[in-house]
Design a protein around this ligand. Structure first.
Ligand code: 8IG
Length: 277
């Protein structure tokens, strides 16, 4: 007889919100911080921002918190950090993203966002590395997400949960970001399932339906954040032009390198934005 240890979120009878509350209680205990004000998910290229936003008062391996999964990718840091901001606010930095393409189901994808909400955070900052459809966006360009097109054919919402997604990516927070850097462009983020990059034809489809950015995260997380009542800021670091827009094939190594080169600049930008929230 063998026993399989089920991931708590894979148990269909489990309540994902109860698990998120339990995770938040563990974070409060391990960080000594009862309430976080802001949460940030730092995607590829954005990790440096944490050090510039505030003083790290606690770092926890994400796997010590219920519901979090091991990161599959090198370069994706599997930690949760609690920051004390200069203005006295507390920020929770999530360096452990579960991607939809990992095939662990949407509950696991949005667990970090639900946990962030359960820690008390009312602002959710979602960042990612992504492909750009606009040719003027050179690798290393940060772009505000103005809206999204969810091409996963899935939703983190269960049952007949009808949630309004008008102004999903807060106009107020986008204005605030532009107050820091008026040159920031914005665009519509298309979430593909991945993990393969798009074909050039798929990129043309994304363009035709109104997309400007292609990626493999964020849209599902934003929906869950809205369900939880959070105000959302989404930002993409364009690390490559989307397939067929750039003439050369896409390479994960180049993507990582573009992220690394832009890290200091976008980190400082994000820190200044957070200061204003
Ligand atoms: I970094 O070109 C990064 N992530 N779907 N397409 C998709 N995701 C990405 C891309 C890209 N670049």
């Amino acid at each position: 007889m063998s026993t399989t240890i089920l991931h708590p979120l894979d148990d269909p009878t489990a309540n994902p919100f109860a698990i998120a509350r339990e995770a938040a209680a563990q974070i409060a205990e391990k960080t000594g911080v009862e309430h976080h004000d802001i949460a940030l998910t730092l995607g590829s290229g954005w990790a440096k921002a944490a050090d510039l936003i505030g003083e790290t008062t606690a770092t926890i391996p994400a796997t010590e918190i219920i519901g979090f999964s091991k990161p599959v990718l090198e370069g994706h840091v599997g930690t949760l950090r609690s920051l004390l901001l200069p203005n006295g606010k507390r920020a929770l930095v999530i360096g452990a993203r579960t991607h939809y393409y990992e095939n662990h189901g949407v509950r696991r994808v949005v667990h970090s966002v639900r946990t962030a909400a359960a820690t008390g955070a009312s602002t959710m900052i979602l960042t990612n590395g992504a492909g750009g459809i606009r040719e003027s966006w050179k690798p290393g360009t940060p772009v505000l997400i103005s809206d999204h097109i969810n091409l996963t054919a899935n939703s983190p919402l269960e049952g007949a949960t009808f949630i309004d997604l008008t102004d999903l990516y807060s106009t107020r927070l986008r204005d605030l970001a532009r107050a820091v850097d008026p040159s920031l462009d914005e665009g519509v983020y298309c979430q593909f399932r991945g993990p393969h990059y798009e074909t050039p034809a798929e990129v043309q489809m994304a363009k035709a339906i109104g997309g400007h950015i292609v990626g493999m995260s964020t849209a599902l997380e934003a929906i869950a954040a809205r369900e939880a009542g959070m105000e959302i800021l989404g930002m993409s670091l364009i690390t490559n032009l989307a397939a067929g827009i750039q003439k050369t094939p896409l390479s994960h190594t180049e993507v990582i390198e573009a992220g690394r080169n832009a890290e200091a600049v976008i980190g400082a930008l994000l820190a200044k934005i957070v200061e204003l929230i």
